[in-house]
Design a protein around this ligand. Structure first.
Ligand SMILES: Nc1nc2c(ncn2[C@@H]2O[C@H](COP(=O)(O)OP(=O)(O)OP(=O)(O)O)[C@@H](O)[C@H]2O)c(=O)[nH]1
Ligand SMILES: [Mg+2]
Ligand SMILES: [Zn+2]
Length: 301
């Protein structure tokens, strides 16, 4: 109160904080104006979009060890689908959904690969989009670019990354990314890491009440440009180079399919200030849309 008049109190604004807004990924309560969930760091825009537009987006995860090629693949996939009409088109929802495409494509246009995804969940790129297909109903999807290090840490020490656990439990389908170049060189580490991820997934208590037996899994061999026979026959490649993963898919994931993809047509090493840097010599996307298209068709079926 001033001598000359009345000043309105702003305390009524506090009442907005009395009601908590649930996170779309983990369900935890947040303030109505929070940008990221305080429990799992997923963008709260996902929850606001879902409630305001009455949407129930399905979730798809791209999982794989660090360096498997998740960021490069997802960035190229979102860029290609946002520019084409056939066989499917992708429309982003929210400015935050463009970040992954922007980071990847601007790095590739400078003839560089994008940086490794930080393991802190508040720095991950999330994509919320609508996938349009001719003569079919649009599919709403949420697709984050998870960090391989965080995924493996959660697998080795469950509950260290609540966002990974909450998200995978809600997923309707998965893209399992495997580095075909490492497998082709006989590095069995890639096979073991991917087997651990699939075991974790199968043992996770799922919220959709659907077991992994009925959910689609695209097994994507990345960097197939470095081992040609992977494009032609990814099934035989899987049997020969990743026997553990191949058997696990056969026994535990009846709805799976193998694919070979490549973003760089050729790559080389350049010496930089911090040692040798892997750079793409040209960008020649191959087989990028097929694994995603199969997954979306299975989800929509
Ligand atoms: N030859 C070739 N190399 C690739 C391709 N895609 C990715 N790479 C190489 O693989 C590295 C890792 O790719 P990313 O997409 O960053 O891997 P990631 O799975 O996101 O790794 P994290 O962010 O650590 O989880 C890149 O820096 C490139 O060196 C490809 O299509 N061809
Ligand atoms: Mg990454
Ligand atoms: Zn959350």
């Amino acid at each position: 109160m001033r001598a000359s008049g009345v000043v309105l109190l702003d305390s009524y604004r506090l009442s907005q904080y009395a009601e908590s807004a649930p996170c779309y990924i983990c369900g935890g309560g947040n303030n109505f104006d929070a940008e990221l969930c305080r429990h799992c760091f997923a963008p709260m825009a996902l929850a606001h979009q879902a409630t305001s537009q009455k949407l129930h987006p399905k979730m798809i995860a791209a999982i794989g060890p660090s360096g498997a090629g998740k960021t490069v693949y997802l960035g190229m996939l979102t860029d290609m689908l946002s520019r084409q009409l056939e066989p499917m088109q992708m429309l982003s929802r929210g400015a935050f959904s463009i970040g992954l495409q922007q980071t990847t494509m601007s790095a590739l246009s400078r003839c560089e690969f994008p940086p490794k995804t930080p393991s802190e969940p508040d720095r991950w790129n999330w994509v919320h989009c609508q996938v349009l297909r001719r003569k079919h109903r649009p599919v709403e999807l949420i697709l984050p670019d998870l960090a391989g290090e965080a995924l493996m840490e959660e697998v080795e020490h469950p509950h260290t990354y609540p966002v990974v656990r909450a998200f995978l439990a809600k997923c309707s389908g998965v893209l399992v990314m495997v580095d075909a170049a490492r497998l082709g060189r006989g590095e069995s580490e890639e096979d073991f890491q991917t087997m651990k991820l699939i075991s974790y997934l199968c043992e996770l208590k799922c919220e959709t009440k659907q077991s992994w037996g009925s959910r689609p899994v695209s097994v994507v061999f990345t960097k197939a440009d470095e081992c040609e026979n992977c494009f032609e026959d990814p099934h035989t490649f899987a049997r020969q180079h990743s026997p553990g993963l191949y058997q696990q898919c056969r026994e535990r994931l009846p709805k799976h399919r193998f694919f070979g993809v490549g973003v760089a047509g050729a790559s080389a090493f350049r010496s930089g200030h911090f040692g040798r840097v892997h750079v793409p010599l040209r960008i020649e996307p191959r087989g990028i849309v097929e694994p995603f298209r199969w997954l979306v068709e299975e989800l929509a079926a």
